[in-house]
Structures are given as C-alpha cells and as structure tokens.
Design a protein around this ligand. Sequence first.
Ligand SMILES: [Zn+2]
Length: 85
Amino acid sequence: MKSIIQTRVHFIELTDGQNLVLVDGFSYKWHKAVKNGRRYRCVKTNMCNAHIYLYPDGTLEKQVHTHTHKPNTYKRMASGKYFKI
Ligand SMILES: [Zn+2]
C-alpha cells in the first residue's frame, strides 16, 4: 500500500496556455516521466530546486527540497483559466 501525502494537488491552465500543477500554493511545470509517474519542477527553475513526483493518478508521491521563495498567487478567471498575479 502506498502512502499518500495528504496535500491538495491542483491542475491548472494559465491564460497563456501553460499547464501547471499547484501544491500548497507553489506551482510546478511538467519535467519528465519517471518510473512511478511524473516529475514536475518548480516554475522558478533559475532560483529554486524544489520538485515533486506525482503518481499516474495525480496524487502526490513526494516533494523534494524546500522552495527558496514565497508561493505564487494566481487569480481564477471567468474562463476557468488562471492568471499569475
Ligand atoms: Zn520553488
């Protein structure tokens, strides 16, 4: 039985078409497929090493490293897409 970290994972689409994953306010973009699912890395790749692994069903497997910055804030538009504030 796998242990699931009880964190809310949100899949969002930005108004510019980017698809991101939001976990606790931090945003991640798809990096690559891995053995047990998918690896996503923090969008601030030039300053932050944090990344996450998701199982194929979209639940969080683990989070690696802590962020070197504050969470991002996104506003949900009427279209259902998100806009970075
Ligand atoms: Zn980060």
